[in-house]
Design a protein around this ligand. Sequence first.
Ligand SMILES: [Zn+2]
Length: 279
Amino acid sequence: MHTLLGMSERISRILAIALFAATVLSLLSLRERVFSNSPISLSIPILMYHHVGDWGESRADWAPWVVRPKEFRAQMDWLVANGFHTITFRELLAGQKAGESVPAKSVIISFDDGWSEQEGVVRAELEPRGMHAVFFVYTAAVGATPNNSGYISWQQLRILESAGHEVQSHTISHGRLTEMPPSQLDREMRESRATIEKEMRHPVKVIAYPFGIYDERVMRAASAAGYEFGLRADADLVVGKPLQYRMPRIRVGYEDGIEVFADAMMLSQSQINAQKPKQ
Ligand SMILES: [Zn+2]
């Protein structure tokens, strides 16, 4: 039925989901060693969305970044029916500072790039279910050429935050960070953070790397610029390394039915639960 990206893509997606679970498992089991000086817990799945619409079939190259509205609704219904609740990074960081563990069945729902359509999706599908989203915006696009740019405005974002949602950084320009000279990389990190903090009036502590492209230099720059977390765009396995600045996200794409989504969530959850101390 969903043959957009073919069987090999589907298999690779399932492998990525399994690897995400393996990542959580292997990293949490290494946690005492790897994060011995850090309060960071990674025991939460982070879902990554871009567009919600029916146009993925007409533009197959976008299919990994589009979810059908009816599939998105089914996914949100599944989360509610299975006892999941959303949290934001602000809540995650506050809980960790207070020494609290992440509540069971927490999930973070993230939307990248600041498309204005995301506001409608969040209003229509998340808010009636009592759910909150995290928006990763790149500051050059927010409010760009109003009327038909397709990008959300600072005012829209402020209204969303007043309803409990959250805005974090996706850089200034959405460029490839690994290809930038040090001064530009530093500027993308610091100025995007400063701009969002000025517009939204709260600390910005999380950055999602554009295209999920990062390396050691990018991670160091994120840390130096004051971020607490750096987020990828995939859930591939990273063995034996701290995940703080390479946190995996579960990409949900056009070809993913509710079964694939449920498998990913249940797998991540069972692996997270397996790591909790026995009572
Ligand atoms: Zn992006």
